[in-house]
Design a protein around this ligand. Structure first.
Ligand code: NAD
Length: 430
């Protein structure tokens, strides 16, 4: 039986199906993953003891191409979450029109409690356990919460050792020196920023008058905060797992990024050279950040943070879902009734997987692109996807989230139906 997060993903699929009316067989196919793997990874800890970690890899579908999805290292990872994230990946790849299906992986671990060597052993151990389940033509992992490019590099290296041939296309989000793509590091934030720019163009926003709050100051949160800051928006609040800071005048985001990455602490600072000076800012909780009176609210941390309980108190005019699944379905209805536009995760954060696709293409062809080329191709994909979702919006009077699911489901239906469904096979032969 589906857990609560997977049930949410399936409910959304069923809702979109009401507008697409797919062949029932197509819907049935998409409700089930293609394969689920659970592994136990013994790791030699620095004190000599063995510790066993549990992990998963789920392949939802590879009907449109190899399955694609990140690997999450987090103490709260469970199979329900990973299965749901794999479904979302299927839709995300379909929405941006890249030839991948959906997958996801995770290990139950708090990586902050591991030494660097323990983290490397765990990363390599995980790949050793899932090596027969992944591959450039089968399932291509990438970074997600609390995994990064160094971890991807170790994982690619381990897979290459097992296969006895260098295989960079097995995983994306690698360091550039190990076959990564330029422009992958900030691709998720940049993709979301491109969506904001489309909204800016449609609604004639003046960035100088627009305020922004960003929850989560990791890879994705930092990138979009920085791009919005550079674009003239006023970023007035940011947070990490320890809590947030708020400054109505706005922050100098590059300084925050530098300080956070140098010290792992989030403080309001201005940096010049290597010297950072503290400036006034209020400490706020992550819950308070979500309820600030801002134009743009950007959840960029974990799922399920805007719920039926706090949605009534959300005062932002637009929510851009950089995190996967930050808004629960009951809160969706509340946000909609308050006239709050939600740019859904399967569109807003698709920039990351899009540049991952570019990385996979470059690894397979051996032809590496310039940053300008990556940015140009990313903008083309994101603007096309945004426009296609808006076109569905002119056809149906539903939320942007449902529009995005309808757009993705149409592509998935076309791919599954191309192989023939019962309506084709039952036709009398002529
Ligand atoms: P990350 O590990 O780099 O950063 C996560 C950030 O969230 C950190 O700043 C952390 O302190 C903060 N955080 C953790 N727990 C929190 C909590 N309870 N409250 C507030 N903040 C908390 O991860 P990331 O890669 O930036 O991913 C963030 C989100 O974006 C995830 O939902 C992920 O699935 C999604 N996403 C990331 C990418 C990508 O390319 N990195 C692509 C698509 C989607």
């Amino acid at each position: 039986m589906a857990g609560p997060i997977l049930a949410r993903a399936i409910a959304k699929l069923e809702e979109a199906a009401r507008y697409v009316a797919p062949d029932p067989e197509v819907l049935e196919r998409l409700k089930h993953p293609e394969a689920v793997l659970q592994v136990w990874i013994p790791v030699r800890m620095d004190d000599g003891a063995q510790q066993i970690f549990s992990g998963f890899r789920v392949r939802h579908t590879n009907v449109r191409g190899p399955a694609k999805g990140g690997i999450r290292f987090h103490p709260d990872v469970d199979l329900d979450e990973i299965e749901a994230l794999a479904v979302w990946m299927t839709f995300k790849c379909a929405v941006v029109g890249i030839p991948f299906g959906g997958a996801k992986g995770g290990v139950i671990v708090n990586p902050k409690e591991l030494s660097r060597l323990e983290l490397e052993r765990l990363s390599r151990g995980y790949i050793e356990k899932i090596a027969d389940f992944i591959g450039p033509e089968i399932d291509v992992p990438a970074p997600d919460v609390y995994t990064n490019e160094r971890v991807m590099g170790w994982m690619m290296d381990e897979y290459s050792i097992i296969r006895r041939r260098r295989t960079p296309a097995v995983i994306t989000g690698k360091p550039i020196e190990l076959g990564g793509s330029v422009g992958r590091d900030d691709a998720t934030g940049r993709g979301a920023f491109l969506c904001v720019q489309e909204l800016q163009r449609l609604h004639h926003w003046n960035p100088a008058t627009m305020t922004v709050a960003v929850q989560g100051f990791g890879n994705a949160g930092q990138a979009i905060a920085k791009l919005l800051h550079d674009g003239g928006y006023r970023v007035v609040a940011v947070s990490d797992s320890q809590g947030g800071i708020h400054r109505p005048e706005g922050f100098d985001v590059p300084s925050l990024v530098q300080y956070k990455n140098d010290t792992r602490h989030l403080e309001a600072v201005y940096c010049e050279g290597t010297v950072c000076e503290a400036v006034d800012a209020d400490r706020i909780t992550n819950e308070e950040l979500l309820e600030l009176d801002v134009d743009l609210l950007i959840p960029a941390a974990l799922e399920g943070v805007i719920t039926g309980e706090n949605a009534e108190r959300v005062r932002a005019r637009t929510v851009v879902e950089v995190a996967n699944g930050p808004t629960t379905p009951d809160s969706d209805a509340v946000l909609e009734s308050h006239g709050i536009t939600v740019v859904p995760d399967i569109l807003a954060n698709a920039g990351g997987v899009t540049v991952s696709y570019f990385e996979w293409v470059q690894n397979r062809t051996g032809d590496y692109w310039s940053l300008e080329e990556v940015h140009r191709r990313l903008a083309e994909k994101m603007v096309d996807a945004f426009t296609a979702v808006r076109e569905v919006a002119t056809e149906l009077d539903v939320s942007l989230r449902t529009d995005a699911y309808v757009h993705g489901l149409r592509r998935l239906c076309a791919a599954i139906s191309a192989g023939g469904t019962s309506s084709y096979f039952r036709q009398p032969e002529r």
